[in-house]
Design a protein around this ligand. Structure first.
Ligand SMILES: [Zn+2]
Length: 215
């Protein structure tokens, strides 16, 4: 891992964190971002940090076992990221937000826990796919990590009940774009709720998945 590459990733985390914050996708000190380093470690946003005001130099660096090496102390939700990476060696970055519309969907009583949002648009299918619901756990409880690990092998994104989405991508940009696609589709789903929308057919979904495989 070149020093230059790590510096660039730190700047990218701060830039994209600020972009998410400025557009209201995350608020207060909620939400966290991580990126895999070539040496087997990770960069992760610090605990109690506002994604809108990250200092690239203060971003936490973790070693290959997830141990904190330097920078500020990592987010308390670090285990969510580690659970996802453990099952997804191909994923290079993870974004976890408490974004409003996605959280709203995670609170609905009548969603399908195997597939929380129907295939409303092609880009949702291409970037997110099937979104399973992870049952509610107290934030920070290690059992939440176990529940995420059970689903992460087959899904690049999961939705934590009454909490928010965890989204992996083959790059930081891809993970951020997928998180934004999920949030916008959650908004569409809420707008259409109770109106019996036409969704993509299983054949249309299968065609998209064959042509545009996710990581
Ligand atoms: Zn959270």
């Amino acid at each position: 891992m070149s020093r230059h590459h790590e510096t660039r990733l730190r700047e990218q985390i701060a830039t994209l964190g600020r972009s998410l914050f400025d557009r209201g996708l995350t608020m207060g000190s909620s939400g966290n971002i991580s990126v895999r380093l070539e040496d087997g470690g990770w960069l992760m946003t610090p605990t109690n940090a506002c994604l809108g005001r990250l200092d690239p130099a203060e971003i936490s660096r973790l070693g290959g076992q997830g141990e904190w090496l330097d920078g500020h102390k990592p987010t308390k939700e670090h285990f969510l990221h580690m659970a996802m990476y453990a099952e997804r060696p191909q994923s290079q970055a993870i974004v976890h937000l408490h974004s409003t519309h996605s959280v709203a969907v995670s609170c609905l009583p009548d969603i399908d826990p195997c597939d929380c949002i129907p295939p409303l648009t092609a880009y949702y299918v291409m970037r997110v796919g099937r979104l399973p619901l992870v049952p509610y756990h107290v934030p920070g409880d290690p059992t939440l990590g176990d529940a995420v690990r059970g689903l992460a092998g087959k899904h690049s994104a999961v939705l934590l009940a009454n909490h928010g989405p965890v989204v992996a991508g083959k790059s930081l940009e891809a993970a951020v774009y997928a998180t934004e696609e999920l949030e916008e589709t959650a908004k569409l789903f809420l707008l259409l709720h109770g109106r019996n929308p036409r969704v993509l057919t299983p054949e249309q979904v299968a065609e998209l998945e064959a042509r545009f495989p996710r990581d």
